[in-house]
Design a protein around this ligand. Structure first.
Ligand SMILES: Cc1cc2nc3c(=O)[nH]c(=O)nc-3n(C[C@H](O)[C@H](O)[C@H](O)COP(=O)(O)OP(=O)(O)OC[C@H]3O[C@@H](n4cnc5c(N)ncnc54)[C@H](O)[C@@H]3O)c2cc1C
Length: 457
């Protein structure tokens, strides 16, 4: 439902990554007063590369991490740049920058800097300030106007500031807190064990025998660059049924081996696999993904954060009993991130202004119940609760707030890159045959709206 109302709220956004930036912009556009609190010295979130990982626990077992970004030096995006941009700010190629279609992480950082500059966002961001606590001023009562206490600490002065906000948008990301497997002997294994969260370059692993656990994007990327320097690389995969692309890579590199899961680790350095084979390894790199973690958030048990599920959340965004004054932007995975965050941010902003309303508490809870049930029926584990991988869902989500549906060319470019990566893992970022689709994209309003050419500024 849309109304003419326009109430202005005092809103705190936690994090100045892509989700927090677009949330800040949408909230301000809607007339709210906004403070974005960011623990680092700059914007970008994951895209603000951080080489200083020495002080981090190698397995990232602390609830509050020292390092946020998990980007490694060679990291390049896995989908083409054309589909990444916010709907009103295309990700253009610029002279003297990384003009590749699948650029490195710095180019995404620079795109986000351009976004900030274009929309004048920096003045609402409080840098070098970490949110330490977020809690309700009073106990929640559905329908009652909530207030939130936010305590944050400035890095240099270590001064804690306490403020009260009408609403809090959590946009603190979820690719930092390592998710680790439980393996027999893990604590007793005396050699190097680390999570890919702190992997940066292959050089430290020269001439080593390295076991990489986890055959996801990062696990594959890291293994592919380690083979150039390491003596042997064992890539452990849950399933030995792998893509054509990965099999091509394995057959090309004699020192890259596909292994089953680890059974146990032994004090003499042995890594025993579940099929009975073993190797003596120097290092184990766990590329086993990340878990949701909001160490600052106290909702008195209303929002339960498990490794792979944050809930109950209506449409992955609002805890029904605290909505819309508490919201999460950026929880979903397997989506076209930036535009999806934008649609979430618009919805949050318009709910807070009173322009739109949410369904009743009971209806939201019922919807969540039905959603969880549908996951159970489909055999989808809890840890994949927020994996969307569905363009129709994104379009339906956008309908809540009149957000444009994903353009056909975006969908097709996305699928085409995915298919290419399955077949040609090593080369898909440089060799592609989607030129016709690309022309359609370049001629679309998304690329022509700012009056620039998509490939030369
Ligand atoms: C290795 C790797 C590869 C990836 N590749 C891709 C890709 O190819 N394409 C893609 O679209 N996505 C990719 N991603 C996902 C990427 O994380 C998202 O694109 C995007 O960065 C998520 O944005 P966000 O704003 O939700 O979170 P983040 O980018 O993580 O930003 C969160 C921000 O919140 C701040 N913050 C956290 N806690 C606090 C606190 N307590 N107080 C103050 N500030 C806080 C952080 O410092 C950070 O700036 C990749 C991620 C990783 C790790």
């Amino acid at each position: 439902m849309v109304s003419e109302k326009n109430v202005s709220k005092h809103v705190c956004v936690i994090g100045a990554g892509p989700a927090g930036l677009v949330a800040g912009r949408e909230l301000r556009r809607e007339g709210h007063s906004v403070v974005v609190i960011e623990q680092h010295h700059d914007i970008g979130g994951q895209w603000l590369y951080d080489p200083n990982v020495e002080d981090e626990d190698p397995l990232g077992r602390n609830p509050v991490l020292k390092v946020h970004s998990s980007m490694y030096v060679s990291m390049r995006v896995m989908s083409p740049r054309e589909i990444m941009g916010f709907t009103d700010f295309p990700f253009l190629m610029k002279q003297d920058r990384d003009m590749r279609r699948f650029p490195g992480h710095r180019e995404i950082f620079l795109y986000l800097c351009d976004f900030c500059e274009w929309f004048g966002l920096r003045d609402m961001i409080r840098f070098n300030t970490r949110v330490e606590y977020v809690g309700m001023l009073d106990y929640a009562e559905f329908g009652k106007d909530l207030k939130w206490v936010v305590r944050s600490k400035e890095k240099k002065s270590e001064k804690m500031v306490e403020e009260v906000f009408d609403a809090v948008v959590v946009a603190s990301g979820h690719y930092s807190q390592p998710k680790l497997p439980t393996i027999k002997g893990m604590d007793a294994w005396k050699r190097k064990q680390m999570h890919s969260h702190i992997y940066r370059v292959p050089e430290p692993f020269r001439n080593e025998v390295v076991v990489v656990v986890g055959n996801s994007y990062s696990g594959q990327d890291i293994s592919m660059e380690l083979v150039e320097v390491a003596k042997e690389v064992y890539l452990c995969s849950k399933s030995l049924d792998i893509t054509e692309g990965l099999s091509k890579v394995i057959s090309k590199h004699k020192n890259l081996h596909l292994s089953p899961q680890i059974d146990s680790l032994h004090e003499d350095g042995r890594v025993l696999f579940v099929d009975g084979s073993w190797v003596i390894a120097d290092t184990i790199i766990y590329s086993t993904g990340y878990k949701y973690s909001f160490p600052f958030l106290d909702t008195k048990g209303t929002v339960i954060v498990e490794d792979g599920r944050v809930g109950p959340l209506y449409e992955h965004t609002f805890p029904p009993s605290l909505a819309p004054s508490l919201s999460f932007v950026g929880i979903p995975k397997k989506i076209l991130g930036f535009p999806f965050f934008e649609s979430q941010a618009k919805w949050v902003a318009q709910l807070l202004s009173g322009k739109r309303t949410l369904p009743s508490f009971d209806d939201m809870m019922q919807s969540i119940k039905e959603f969880y049930h549908s996951l159970d029926v489909a055999g989808i584990p809890e840890q994949n609760t927020h994996d969307i991988a569905n363009f129709e869902y994104c379009d339906r989500y956008g309908d809540h707030v009149g957000f444009p549906h994903i353009e056909e060319w975006r969908k097709e470019l996305c699928v085409s890159a995915l298919v290419n990566s399955y077949a040609n893992l090593e080369t898909y970022r440089d060799i592609y045959d989607d030129h016709e689709l690309l022309q359609v994209a370049y001629q679309s309003p998304h690329f022509t709206q700012l009056g620039d050419q998509p490939f030369s500024l």
